[in-house]
Design a protein around this ligand. Structure first.
Ligand SMILES: [Zn+2]
Length: 426
């Protein structure tokens, strides 16, 4: 069996790992690197105008053409750093994911031969290979730990996850993971983004409490909140708190509109009856025009990283013709993803908000990624023979390796730190 590091083995994003057995290769995930993309965005429509080769050399998409003998593309969950390169790489093999993720991809990238598979069903890729999706908690609905069943043993792919036993919309199927351990899994390919963090990642229920705490503190002025458009459970918590405050809820931004309709269709999101959604620039402008008594309104808008063309950035710099005032509040239900581009964009946004004397409630957030003790727990659940840390810088993956060393694994014997373009035979 060969495991190939295609993308995501030098930085966060553009994830793709290849698993090859008996001449057949499965690609897992096909993501984009968001911070690099954002760096070039605005200058030109990079994704449409550049060639695949250019996008690879700009480190925006993974070089899928490096994988030989491709028989299937498997997708773990719907985050852009795991699916965003699908419309560019256009896999000519079946694209296999669970129902929600398939729908999300199909909506966004129409082309492609999609196959949707329920949790714990098995999809036969070929005579020798099959794939199964095991439910796990993360920060987007219907995330999966992917299990590839091969004649040489199971390969488990856990990127991304956290263990949240208090989630309202998802659970981790610990029972199935234990059953997989009984089959002596050959390898675990596992995310590393927060393996440096001590302890366990807190539950999403903590964000609900943080939000409630902040909202009790705000009694006047306009409230503008922002978060990840794919984070359906958090959106639910935000609109629930907004509803409790008696304010009118306006949701603004194209990505919110898309993700919310998907969440509602799959029964994981329930918007309060009066909430209104504005997707296009024109309708957003009109929606803002109707705000007269600002104490009565709660806005949920795009732009948690301060992206220059997001709604909150356009409100803050006056492009939407709406003026922020002293006494307004901004609740940022996201952390700053620590890349230089994001740090710079968020700094600009916050500076503009402060210029208008807006109160800022930052970091009403918990991570969607596993910390050290979550990782130790997964290792104990699965007891894999080999470990390949993925999704992260060398430093992040070394931090994961340190946890595995503590658990009795050995470097280069059964812990394999790969670089993009590298591979390991096990
Ligand atoms: Zn993710």
């Amino acid at each position: 069996m060969k495991i190939s590091a295609v993308g995501g083995y030098a930085a966060v994003g553009r994830n793709m790992t290849g698993v090859s057995v008996g001449g057949e290769t499965v690609a897992v995930d096909n993501g984009i690197r968001l911070d690099t993309l954002q760096m070039y965005d605005g200058e030109t429509d990079v994704l449409r105008e550049k060639s695949i080769e250019e996008l690879i050399s700009m480190e925006i998409i993974p070089p899928m053409n490096r994988l030989k003998g491709l028989v299937a593309q498997v997708i773990s969950h719907g985050h852009l750093d795991h699916v965003g390169a699908l419309p560019i790489n256009k896999p000519s093999v079946p694209i296999i994911a669970n129902h929600y993720t398939t729908e999300l991809c199909r909506k966004e990238y129409r082309e492609g031969d999609y196959f949707s598979v329920g949790y714990n069903e098995e999809y036969e890729i070929s005579r020798d290979l099959s794939v199964e999706f095991v439910e796990v908690t993360h920060s987007i609905p219907f995330s999966s730990i992917v299990v590839l069943h091969t004649p040489e043993g199971d390969v488990v792919y856990a990127s991304d996850f956290r263990f949240d036993n208090h989630s309202r919309i998802a659970k981790t199927d610990y029972k199935r993971l234990r059953e997989i351990r009984n089959g002596n899994p050959k390898a675990l390919i596992v995310e590393s983004t927060r393996a440096w963090e001590e302890g366990k990642t807190p539950s999403e229920s903590i964000v609900r409490a943080k939000l409630s705490d902040v909202m009790e503190f705000i009694d006047s002025g306009l409230v503008i909140a922002t978060t990840f458009s794919t984070h359906i459970e958090r959106i639910q918590a935000i609109v629930d708190e907004a509803e409790k405050s008696g304010r009118k809820i306006l949701i603004m931004g194209r990505s919110f509109s898309k993700q919310i309709s998907l969440g509602e269709r799959f029964g994981v999101l329930n918007l309060p009856p009066g909430a209104q959604i504005f997707a296009t620039g024109k309708s957003i402008k009109n929606g803002l025009k109707d705000i007269h008594k600002r104490d009565d309104y709660f806005l949920l808008v795009t732009g948690h990283q301060g992206e220059p063309d997001s709604v909150i950035s356009r409100i803050a710099d006056g492009r939407l013709g709406f003026k922020l005032k002293k006494g307004d509040s901004a609740i940022l239900c996201a952390n700053t993803i620590p890349t230089p581009v994001n740090v710079a964009s968020r700094y600009i946004l916050e500076t503009r908000l402060k210029y208008h004397d807006v109160r800022i409630f930052d970091n009403v957030h918990v991570s969607g990624h596993a910390a050290k003790e979550d990782h130790r727990y997964l290792l104990d659940l699965l007891k894999p023979e080999h470990i390949v840390p993925c999704h992260g810088t060398l430093e992040m993956r070394s931090n994961y390796a340190a946890v595995a060393l503590e658990e009795g694994y050995e470097m280069n014997k059964n812990i394999h730190l790969l670089v993009n373009g590298g591979e390991v035979e096990i």
